[in-house]
Design a protein around this ligand. Structure first.
Ligand code: SF4
Length: 524
């Protein structure tokens, strides 16, 4: 793929710095470039005179990754830093290391490998044998100390890094680190990004808040990045002013888990409207039915309402801890349509604890009402995935729905959508859901499986479900028994991380959720 021209590219002389940092993102270029952490780290590290940072993206398995800036490979760098959003990044990450001719396991003669991001901040254990240092939580409060220690070479590095809060090494524990005050936390301003055109679009990424306090019991983001914090309106105005000057774009992508919970949300949208910016926002809060807000969104160019009802059943939503009624949902859908939005995207999950077929019966009425409100069936987009138990959440002890139940409930969803003329219905392959649950809650056995997967890929496997099947067969396992929820009384692998949400709270939330729906056997 030909890469686009980029703005704010930094190319430094490798001989004039003490630290050469390879920022590696195990997904393709466009996915990586939409990630604020990539832009932030690139800027923060390159701002330091003693260091340089160059980017690497995943292209395909067994292909030696090359730096965007210099075309060099990973062996020319002192440190390889991986930003890991998702458990599905793990095999691509290991392949990027191995394809550069670097031993994937820690120890020995190789560049230092450091990793951070939501997936490993929640549960780093599957990657412990492969990573020298993890950043558990948010990097900004410790970035200066980390770069300082890394620039002093590898002698005694383990000991020196052990003094930095939030840094985890194999055999030790670590506390989670987070930025207490976002107004005092650097925001990427001189963002590296592709220039508009050539099939790429350029936007300024704006983080208005971080974390979410709503406590949905399946949400890893919520429990890993607590508490919710906001950037002040004044700070956001300054960031926009400077950021737009350096990035020369008129489009803003707002990034936040709880965007609509910001206490000045209408002012932020009005500010962007006043500056005549185009903007896009994350999924909407369903309790938000303020007409003015929708008008502001439409004025900013937002054409699609994105919302995650998760289920048509209010009873199941209560179990999830995501409390809103179908009437509230329909009110949001109606107001968005009145304001002029053209399409709606709805996210659902199957396999919520306590779910039965009868819980799905309200689907037809719900979607039918969305159509009668004025959204045409071709403009309704439905995504349905299995509910995936994730580490560090109350649902880490929940089972994943069985394959046949998932398939039968999915076909029910598809049939209802088809009867209503809704054709855009998507779902992930069930087996990827099982893999995610396994890696998110896994311990040493997950590391072993990842090492076997890497060998399969090195021997020509494509890292797809075929690779997983071969490896599982070699272990006498299958997708049916890959993910086994941990017992509620057992220690969890990721308890090596301190300062997360107390386990007692997670247990309390899990027990509240399943209550009478599961019966008394949950402590088995
Ligand atoms: S509202 Fe969204 S981000 Fe917040 S806890 Fe629920 S699912 Fe997570």
């Amino acid at each position: 793929m030909d890469l686009p021209t980029e703005l704010n590219l930094v190319q430094k002389n490798h001989r004039r710095v003490r630290l050469r940092f390879a920022l590696a993102y195990p997904s393709p270029y466009m996915v990586g470039m939409s990630n604020l952490a990539v832009r932030l780290l690139y800027e923060l590290i390159n701002n330091k005179s003693e260091a340089l940072c160059e980017r690497f993206f995943f292209t395909s398995y067994r292909q030696t990754p090359k730096s965007i800036e210099s075309g060099l490979d990973l062996t020319s760098f002192d440190v390889i830093g991986f930003s890991l959003q998702h458990e599905m990044d793990y095999t691509r990450m290991l392949d990027m290391i191995a394809s550069a001719g670097i031993p994937p396991r820690s120890g020995g003669n190789r560049p230092v490998v450091i990793a951070g991001g939501p997936a490993v901040s929640s549960n780093p254990v599957p990657l412990l044998p492969f990573v020298d240092f993890f950043v558990i939580g948010e990097v900004e409060p410790i970035i200066d100390a980390v770069i300082e220690e890394l620039s002093h070479g590898s002698d005694n590095l383990s000991k020196r890094m052990s003094g930095i809060p939030g840094i985890l090494q194999n055999g030790f524990s670590a506390e989670r680190i987070f930025a207490h005050n976002l107004d005092c936390t650097y925001h990427a301003i001189r963002q590296i990004h592709p220039v508009d055109g050539q099939g790429f679009s350029s936007t300024f990424l704006l983080e208005v808040s971080r974390g979410c306090n709503r406590g949905c019991r399946f949400c890893m983001e919520c429990y890993t990045y607590r508490p919710r914090r906001e950037r002040s309106l004044e700070q956001i105005a300054t960031i926009l002013e400077e950021g737009l000057r350096f990035t020369q774009t008129r489009k803003v992508t707002c990034i936040s888990s709880a965007f609509f919970d910001h206490s000045h949300i209408a002012d932020i949208l009005a500010l962007m409207k006043e500056k005549r910016l185009g903007f896009s926002v994350p999924s909407i809060r369903v309790t938000e039915d303020n007409d003015e807000l929708f008008q502001l969104l439409v004025a900013g160019g937002q054409k699609t309402l994105t919302v995650a009802p998760e289920t048509p059943s209010e009873r199941l939503r209560e179990i999830l801890g995501k409390r809103f009624s179908n009437d509230q949902l329909l009110s949001v859908i109606s107001k968005s349509r009145e304001a002029g939005m053209a399409s709606v995207k709805l996210y659902f999950m199957l396999g919520i604890p306590g779910e039965t077929n009868s819980d799905l019966e309200g689907l037809k009425a719900l979607l039918g009402k969305a159509i009668s409100i004025g959204y045409r069936p071709p403009n309704i987009h439905i995504t349905i995935n299995p509910m995936i138990p994730k580490g560090n959440t109350p649902f880490q002890w929940a089972p994943i729905i069985g394959e046949s139940e998932f398939k039968s409930r999915l076909s029910y969803f598809r049939r209802i959508c088809s009867e209503l003329g809704i054709k855009r219905v998507e779902s992930m392959d069930y087996h990827w859901g099982v893999i995610q649950a396994f890696l998110s809650t896994g311990g040493a056995e997950a590391s072993d499986l990842l090492a076997r997967l890497l060998s399969d890929i090195e021997n020509g496997g494509s890292g797809d479900l075929g690779s997983w099947r071969r490896v599982l067969r070699s272990l006498d396992k299958s997708f049916q028994n890959l993910y086994v929820p941990p017992s509620i009384d057992s220690d969890l692998p990721w308890e090596i991380i301190k300062e997360t949400v107390p386990k007692s709270l997670l247990i309390r939330e899990f027990e509240k959720a399943i209550g009478e729906n599961y019966g008394p056997n949950i402590r088995k």
